[in-house]
Every structure is written in structure tokens, then in C-alpha cells.
Design a protein around this ligand. Structure first.
Ligand SMILES: [Zn+2]
Length: 449
């Protein structure tokens, strides 16, 4: 029967909080029993910490489970390459192999999925895509490389499941993607926020106004925190003449765990029937109340091959109650999506600087094309500069823009003085995936304290 609901899973997305907790407890117990029986990695760690799945008498007993970290995962992978003792299923039953994108230059994290895992991965994306308004008949273009990085792979399968026509543009140039969007009557585009801006710029250079000339009414972004930055979203929505919806996932999970619904509440719902998202003080085990900055710690119920239980993500989030959104979903919300990484935070002359906060301010200026944050040390003093590339034809905006940015950046950072300077056109790096706009050239060792 056709789904006429605004929810992909009308039952689970509207459970009461008590029902949700009961479901989470039930699933947690089964997941832990599975992991203990099947994964040498988990069994070893839990035995050492005197944890056993029988101890999970209530949902709050989740606090008895030791945290899992990326470092442990990487060590385990190195101990017995290629996958380490994490696997809970023999590798010959896998149907997919993926990795992290490797932007940090380290060995990537490697994951395997079985048929059931892969089905679940698509299912989670379906919650998000349907929730933002995707329906059968939509024509969806993926501006995505289709490499080993897991990225939008699951979203592609979710579109097929919903009944959309999918255009996979793996190795296409930006110009040919723009051409496909027009020629094929594409209604939905999936990309990173940065690349959605790139496509719009390329289209403008081709004499195409995407807001006027395309059928696109939804742009679904992932892969960077910028999708929930109001100024970025406003620019993208104006540029495309479409609604922009944020999502976020992780290779460790294989899919998304949060998505923005079509009511656009300024944040992303957590898919709580499939994940437990604890919000704790960074690098501690103290629970953080609604509305405060926290590190998200995730337990995922969907991937049988690699059970992910109390995994410290290092993601910076602010959780608010589900009732913040009027859509009726009972999954709580991360206000502003994933707000960044805890290790992205920089200390400059005693002041905390978050790249996302700087981006929020810089993107308020419509004349900015690209930018970079530069941290340097001059003598013994740290300096923070923002290099700005203006959009073509906006040079006369410079003086006013520069003054405004200096004031706004200082105001948002306890008076910290930012140098704002202009970069030559096309001199700053452009990104298609996971933009990295902060360059820190300061010696590292002195900051270990
Ligand atoms: Zn909602």
C-alpha cells in the first residue's frame, strides 16, 4: 500500500518517549548479546571492564558499558588487517566494502556490510529523504564520486526504494552535472553544501540561473556542518530556488542518524528507534542537559557486521526536545545539526574559536565567494586571519565588508582581533568533499597542555 504519511515509518517515528525508551532497551540488550557472542573485540574489552549484557536491566544501565573509540578501532584494525577482530560475521558473507574518506591522511577505517546491513542503511536514509519530502516521481541527481567513501551510497539505494529516478554522476564534471540537472528535469540534488554552491557558481558562468531555469525544489546536503548554518542555508536556498535539508551520518554507522524534516526546525531529528544518541560532556561520562554543548556518543542498532556501541564521536552537538519541531516526530533534535568537531576548536590568545562559528559570520556577507581561516604565530603571539575571496564584480563591497567582519568576528569572540584580508580571485582552495577551511601553521607541541 502506498505510504501517504509524512513519515517514512509512521509508527516508530511517533512513539511516545516511554515507548521509545522501552524499544531502545530491548534492542540494546539484543545488540550487546550479539556483540558479546560474536565479536572478539567487544568481548575482550567488556571482560576487562567487568561488563556483561546481563547487567542491562534498564536503559540507564547503558552507562555500565565501556566507551568505544576510533583509536581502539584503528588499533584493532592494525592488529589483524584488514578488519581486525571487530567483525561479528564471517567476512565472506559481506556484500559491501567501504572506507572513511581519509581526509586526515591516516589509514582509513574499513567497514563491511552484509545484505541485511545494507538494507538497513538504505532504510535510515529513507527516513530522512522521505521526511524532507522526497516522493516517488522525484528525479534525484547525486553529485557524488561513488568511490569507496560511503557518503551518499545509502541514499542512492533509499531513492530506489522510495521509487525515484536516480541519476548517478560519479565522474562527471560540474558543468555536465549542471547540464543534466536542466536536461533531465532533476527535482532533487544531493551533495555537500560546499559543492552545492560550486554547482550554482558553475551554472551562473554557463549563463544558467538554477533558481529560474531548473526544476529543483529540494537540495539535500550532507558531509559538512555547514548544512545547518543559517547563512549558508539561506544562500543555497536563494541560489537554487529550493528548500535545503541537512543530514549527517558516519562511515562507522554506514548511514545517517539525523535528518532535517520538511518543517525545517533549524536542526535535525535523531532516528531514535534505530540509535541511542547520548550527549555527554566532551571526553567525560557526565550527562549534559538539553540546550548545552555536548559530545555525541552513539549506539547503532543496524549494523550486524560491526556492532557500534557507545562510540565516542567527538562531534559537537546541542540536543533540544523533539517538541521544538511541530512535525509530530518524537525523536529529539540536534539544534543546528552537527556543529563541528571537538578537536576543531582552536585556542587563540585564550579565546576558543570554532571554525563553524567563524563560517556562520563570514557567510552572512553575500559577496563572499570563498574564505580561509589562517592561524599563525608571530614571535610569541598567535594571530588569526580570515582571507576572503569576493564574488566576481563585488570588489566595491570590500571596504564595508572588511569593517563589518572585523567588528562581527571580534564581537563573537570576546573581543579577539581578527585580521581580515582580501585574497586574489580563485586563489583559495575549492572543495567537493569535506571542506577544510582552517589552516593552523602554529607549532603544535606548545599547545599540548
Ligand atoms: Zn520535524
Amino acid at each position: 500500500m502506498a505510504n501517504r504519511s509524512e513519515y517514512w515509518n509512521p509508527k516508530n517515528e511517533t512513539l511516545t518517549r516511554d515507548e521509545l525508551r522501552a524499544l531502545q532497551h530491548y534492542k540494546l540488550k539484543h545488540l550487546c548479546e550479539w556483540a558479546y557472542a560474536k565479536s572478539a573485540f567487544h568481548r575482550r574489552r567488556w571482560d576487562a571492564a567487568a561488563f556483561h549484557p546481563d547487567l542491562l536491566r534498564t536503559l540507564d544501565d547503558i552507562e555500565r558499558i565501556p566507551f568505544m573509540t576510533r583509536a581502539e578501532w584503528m588499533d584493532a584494525q592494525a592488529e589483524a588487517p584488514p578488519f581486525g577482530p571487530l567483525l561479528a560475521v564471517p567476512p565472506d558473507l559481506a556484500v559491501r566494502y567501504h572506507t572513511t574518506s581519509g581526509t586526515t591522511g591516516r589509514t582509513p577505517l574499513r567497514v563491511l556490510d552484509g545484505m541485511k546491513d545494507w538494507e538497513w542503511i538504505a532504510e535510515m536514509w529513507a527516513y530522512g529523504l522521505w521526511g524532507f519530502g522526497l516522493r516517488p516521481g522525484d528525479i534525484v541527481l547525486f553529485a557524488f564520486s561513488y568511490g569507496t567513501f560511503i557518503g551518499f551510497w545509502g541514499a542512492h539505494y533509499a531513492c530506489e526504494k522510495i521509487g525515484c529516478l536516480v541519476l548517478s554522476t560519479g565522474s562527471a564534471t560540474t558543468e555536465s552535472r549542471v547540464k543534466s540537472i536542466i536536461d533531465m528535469g532533476v527535482t532533487t540534488v544531493c551533495s555537500t553544501p560546499t559543492y552545492a554552491l560550486r554547482m550554482w557558481q558553475a551554472a551562473a558562468e554557463m549563463g544558467i540561473d538554477l533558481a529560474r531555469d531548473s526544476q529543483v525544489n529540494k537540495v539535500i546536503v550532507s558531509g559538512e556542518p555547514a548544512g545547518s548554518i543559517p547563512a549558508v542555508k539561506r544562500q543555497l536556498e536563494a541560489a537554487w530556488g529550493a528548500k535545503v535539508g541537512d543530514t549527517a551520518g558516519m562511515t562507522e554507522i554506514g548511514t545517517i542518524m539525523i535528518f532535517e524534516c520538511s518543517h525545517q526546525p533549524g536542526g535535525t531529528h535523531i532516528i531514535e528507534d534505530n540509535f541511542i544518541e547520548e550527549t555527554l560532556e566532551h571526553a567525560s561520562d557526565r550527562r549534559v542537559p538539553y540546550g548545552e554543548r555536548a559530545e555525541r556518543v552513539v549506539t547503532s542498532f543496524g549494523r550486524g557486521f560491526i556492532p557500534l556501541i557507545r562510540y565516542r564521536t567527538n562531534d559537537l552537538v546541542v540536543k533540544v526536545p523533539h517538541a521544538t519541531c511541530a512535525c509530530g516526530r518524537t525523536g529529539d533534535i540536534y539544534e543546528g545539526g552537527i556543529q563541528g568537531r571537538w578537536d576543531d576548536m582552536k585556542l587563540v590568545r585564550g579565546t576558543n574559536v570554532y571554525p563553524r562559528a567563524v563560517e556562520s559570520i563570514v557567510r552572512e556577507c553575500a559577496a563572499v565567494d570563498e574564505f580561509q581561516i589562517l592561524l599563525t604565530r608571530e614571535g610569541v603571539v598567535d594571530e588569526i586571519s580570515v582571507l576572503i575571496e569576493l564574488k566576481p564584480g563585488r570588489a566595491d563591497h570590500w571596504t564595508a565588508l572588511c569593517e563589518r567582519l572585523q567588528v562581527d568576528l571580534a564581537d563573537a569572540h570576546e573581543g579577539l582581533r581578527f585580521k581580515v584580508s582580501q585574497a586574489q580571485p580563485n586563489s583559495l582552495p575549492r572543495f567537493e568533499l569535506k571542506a577544510k577551511r582552517l589552516v593552523d601553521t602554529r607549532p603544535v607541541a606548545e599547545y599540548s597542555a
